[in-house]
Design a protein around this ligand. Sequence first.
Ligand SMILES: Nc1nc2c(c(=O)[nH]1)N[C@H]1C(S)=C(S)[C@@H](COP(=O)(O)O)O[C@H]1N2
Ligand SMILES: [Mo]
Length: 310
Amino acid sequence: MPRFKLSLPAPSEITTQSIFSQRRRLLVAGASTLALAATPPAWASPNPRLSGRPSPMSSDEKPTSAQQVSSYCNFYEFGPDKDSPSRHAHRLQTHPWQVSVDGEVKRPRTFGIDDLLKLAPLEERIYRFRCVEGWSAVIPWIGWPLASLLKQVEPTGNARFVEFTSLADAEQMPYIRLPLLDWPYVEGLRLDEAMNPLTLLAFGMYGEVLPKQNGAPLRLIVPWKYGFKGSKSIVRIRFVEKQPSTAWMKANPDEYGFYSNVNPAVPHKRWLQSHERRLGEFFKRPTQPFNGYAEQVAHLYAGMDLQRNF
Ligand SMILES: Nc1nc2c(c(=O)[nH]1)N[C@H]1C(S)=C(S)[C@@H](COP(=O)(O)O)O[C@H]1N2
Ligand SMILES: [Mo]
């Protein structure tokens, strides 16, 4: 059990700060040109390239600057402030890296990151991103649909949910020693949400391998849900029969539900969700149901009371 109730900060506390140092460090040394799945990317090089074929599922909105997205982060294993991850995540060792896929599957497997990356053709998907705290972004991710992995391991008839566990290593992640959350960071999806073609396993963004503060070497992206459903630095994907108990639900069940679909009509307990502020912009804009992806996903929740199942 968590020792105290943790909540994400209210939107009023959010500022748009710029942390240039990390990005500059990424840009100084020479670029490695390794790309695509055929050759594994040079994980350790300063800005290893990673590209994917453009996806028709991309938003046509203008991406937020890479600098903003890699300096204004939530990654509590590296501290609670928006600039803590970009200051501390260099300590994360992202290669070698293993991901075990197990639970209710016919063929449980452990993948090394280089093999996992090659499992399906990489795509570039430009998605809207909406944090529960009220900020948003448009981000070009590089990855492949999670469904490609699920098909490989063959879930059994008992599998109804998928649980994602992030690394929790105090040696590399300094804030694991503090009870900010009930570590490890755990998130979950219903199996049909996990299989939806929008759900992405991302290895890169903006044409490069993911910056460590954004969840290298792999993270989950579920664009119609609040950002916290997107687990970073995943080490285990487990198929389960019962709904997983997630880190945020354990921390504060009144404020964070299992579904966490972006819903402008359901306020957070301490603030409205009707509007959002794009990183780098001043004026707020209205938030769309399911973050603008209603056409693709609203059917998953037909007949459900979304006020209660928030
Ligand atoms: N392991 C882990 N994953 C995490 C988090 C975290 O603290 N730890 N924060 C979540 C939250 S609250 C958000 S909004 C997004 C932020 O992703 P970004 O920093 O890449 O924008 O990551 C999510 N994934
Ligand atoms: Mo968030």
